[in-house]
Design a protein around this ligand. Sequence first.
Ligand code: UD1
Length: 427
Amino acid sequence: MEKFFIKGGNKLYGKAVVQTSKNATLPILSACILTKNKVVINKIPNITDIDNMLEILKSLNVKCTRIGSTVTLNPKNAKNIKVDCKLARTMRSSVFLLGSMLGRFKTAFLSLPGGCKIGARPIDIHIDALKKLNVSVEEVGDYLYFNATRAKANRVKLRLASVGATENIIEFASTLKGKTTILNPAREPEIVDLCNFLNLMGAKIYGAGTKKITIYGVDSLYGAIYTPMGDRIVAGTLMIATAMCGGDVTLENAVPYQNENIIKKLVKMGCQIDIKSDIIHIVRERPLVSIGKIVTGFYPEFPTDLQSMMTVLSCTLMQPTYIRERVFENRFLIVDELKKMGANISKMDENCIVVRAGELKGCEVCARDLRGGASLILAGLVAEGTTIVTGVQFIERGYEQIEQVLSSLNADIKKYEQKSSDNNLNS
Ligand code: UD1
């Protein structure tokens, strides 16, 4: 079983290049089956969610060749078969295949999607939106069967600005005859990146990143060569790590405007942050002060994916911080693990915690979701003594060699495989 071993107390210094965005690359890969031509995606992050998405695409007979960090996909002979339940359940993003499969094949089977256990994560918004486009849905055994043979472009208003539902409708409507309008779409930068990619393939999508997206369906899409955006959540994680540990770190491929919300908060707390094109330079010299409360929400509000990192940062502050989670109902999974380390956290209600000053001490803690897992590593960076983080597989769904990135910034972190038969630590 692999574990991270972290000795706390080091300041962070140096430069890191932020990996490509997981949440942008996944829907972009799924959108490839909308064309019959070759697609080349550069700078693919080396993480298990991407491996799983490529396995799913291969199972649909898409030829995928990966050389270094470049993947070439040839979807010419893609086949419409049921995505293997086991594969689909490995990650939530399998649901993003729905829009592109319907666009390409007009019918699709979907098993209930997987991903982190951070809440109920239903797919009613995806289904309601597709029904508005005259797609029929019925349950067939363990699967949902979607039929778009009588689909018609329409106006679709989303109950909530769901990222996945917005991406599915955009993908499906790209080749659906007529004008489809999405009202209250998600405005996340990953949506804009997906639309840039589809427009490069010949789609006609307008308004991505705003409160109304209009799609004029085209007959077919061309192939393309594309490099997805940098990962704003990884950039945010590294900024928060620097804010906690102190030091001087430069992040490249970081697209600062996408992280405006977190940058403003860290500056208010006492960090110095300079931004220049795709570079973020963060310096933390003096002790930080709490900004009182952090409330998550849909973009451009504070991202839920950085909430648990801010919870850990709040443990290091003298003043209390109230943290309210408004996107996922189960995003306080790390609270009990942090309490094991000595954190002073109390629940106000189901969606709100208050974090007070406490001394974090190293011990063995277990990651149970991707972002919570990364936050436990951050806790280890400032804790006294050694912290051991298990549940590495959750963290590696989205973070590319996090131990190497942090080591290169002067953190003391190693990943070992601990064999159950002996107590030796083999790297
Ligand atoms: C995506 C991101 C995830 C991020 C989240 C919110 C990917 C691969 N994942 O997830 O990292 O945390 O956006 O920024 O891009 N909901 C419903 N019904 C639905 C769909 C969603 O009630 O049909 C609810 C969810 O339970 C949640 C909220 O809407 O409470 C937001 O979910 P959504 O935006 O769809 O998140 P994902 O696309 O799953």
